[in-house]
Design a protein around this ligand. Sequence first.
Ligand SMILES: [Zn+2]
Ligand SMILES: [Zn+2]
Length: 358
Amino acid sequence: MEVRAAVLQRHDEPLEIDRIRLLDVGAHDVIVRVDASGICHSDLSAQNGTLPFPPPLILGHEATGIVEAVGANVTRVAVGDRVISSIVAPCGRCFLCTQGQPYFCRTYQPFPVHAADAEGNPVGSLVGLGSFAECMKVLEFTLVPVHTDLPPEQLALIGCGVMTGVGAALNTAQVTPGSRVAVVGCGGVGQSIVQGAVIAGASEIYAIDLVEMKRQAALRFGATHALDPGAGDVVEAVRELTDGLGADYAFEAVGQRATIQVARQLTRAGGLCVVVGIPKRTDVVEVPAFEILQSTLAGSPYGSGFPARDFPRLVKLAETGRLDLASMVSERIRLDDVNDAFEAMKAGTTIRSVITSF
Ligand SMILES: [Zn+2]
Ligand SMILES: [Zn+2]
């Protein structure tokens, strides 16, 4: 079938809206009609080459939609199901899946090619999804069916930013009630960490971002303090707020060396520093050996997410008003406006733009 899609043809150039052809449906393939796709910072990183995926590539990986067709052996979803896509495709059987770490499952990687251009040349799909398109062809293992009336622009966010952020607080760090939490970087993931810390019962949450709009948003999501790194030393400020100790948990949601170092310095002795942002593969962070003795530095790939377990939980939290997805959506846009949304993201004027019209 032919669909409209936003395709990266060359790194650092605007996406092109092209008609592409989804390849024939294989035994474990599913066609999803996309209702909404969030624009995540990782899409921008793929666009500018920070994430080294080769073009041509359909971007988009934070999506919800309705199952339109299924392959002969598909058992996880059925035609008509409402689904959220996951950025991992856990097989459920490999060593890593059975260890409860489905986010490291590589059984279905490299991801198969799902699409071709008008000349028949293969077109890749970001993390096997490619949701900046009317329809996407994906492996059934990436999909989780959900039963809810939440609007698509909210549901889509669960697939990446919300899973990653709320999961970092609840799954990776397991933030304890009454604890003090610092969050460095308050985009979609950072705001989700703030919300996860609220759900976990943190007593104080220090939201740190250069952008005033994001600091104000974090306060609305439940942060108790908003700190501007451009206006003073945030490490010093958090020390003062924590009786000279530092935060019990510090989360980094930017993916840069400098902000990882800040998060480390915000963590108290005996505390936990969690790297959530995706750094460049070549970046190196130096940590004084003595400090390794004193606190824990952990990674949180995809919020240590277990999509089949966590997506329905996140939906329930949203339905009961404990997770505010509506306020995460800065704007609903058309597929044709995707490049403008990248510019808005670079300018720091949005939490999330979500494509809802294809
Ligand atoms: Zn993402
Ligand atoms: Zn597996």
